[in-house]
Design a protein. Structure first.
Length: 123
């Protein structure tokens, strides 16, 4: 029987949800656990926003945070974008995000596009 999830009121509930998310994080659209995965991702993110209010990260750090949230690797982003070398350059601050990347990564990682268009320094 599936658990009904609600906004977390304590660290224990957060940890329980995080454990469940880890179990189903690779569920794809159409899988029975997909909607639960998406709900948990939202609830975990919301709890984090309420508990830890930090300055907005630069777009690349934001991408890395969300990759970690979803359990994605650079290869997962490359599957969506189509070029592993370019993704690697972007994640290492060697190349700027393109408009196409912003669109695709925003959708994949559930990041508002406006958070990815902020200026940041390349190395």
């Amino acid at each position: 029987m599936k658990k009904n999830w609600y906004l977390f009121e304590c660290e224990r509930e957060y940890n329980e949800a995080y454990s469940r998310f880890e179990e189903i994080k690779y569920a794809k659209k159409g899988d029975p656990d997909y909607k639960e995965k998406m709900l948990l991702a939202f609830l975990l993110d919301e709890y984090g926003r309420r508990k830890w209010t930090l300055d907005d990260p630069d777009p690349i750090e934001f991408i890395k945070i969300r990759m970690e949230d979803f359990g994605y690797k650079a290869a997962d982003l490359a599957k969506v974008y189509g070029d592993k070398a370019t993704v690697s350059k972007v994640l290492n601050y060697k190349q700027a995000l393109s408009l196409n990347m912003i669109r695709k990564f925003s959708k994949l990682l559930q990041i508002p596009p406006e958070a990815l268009i902020k200026e940041y320094e390349l190395q």
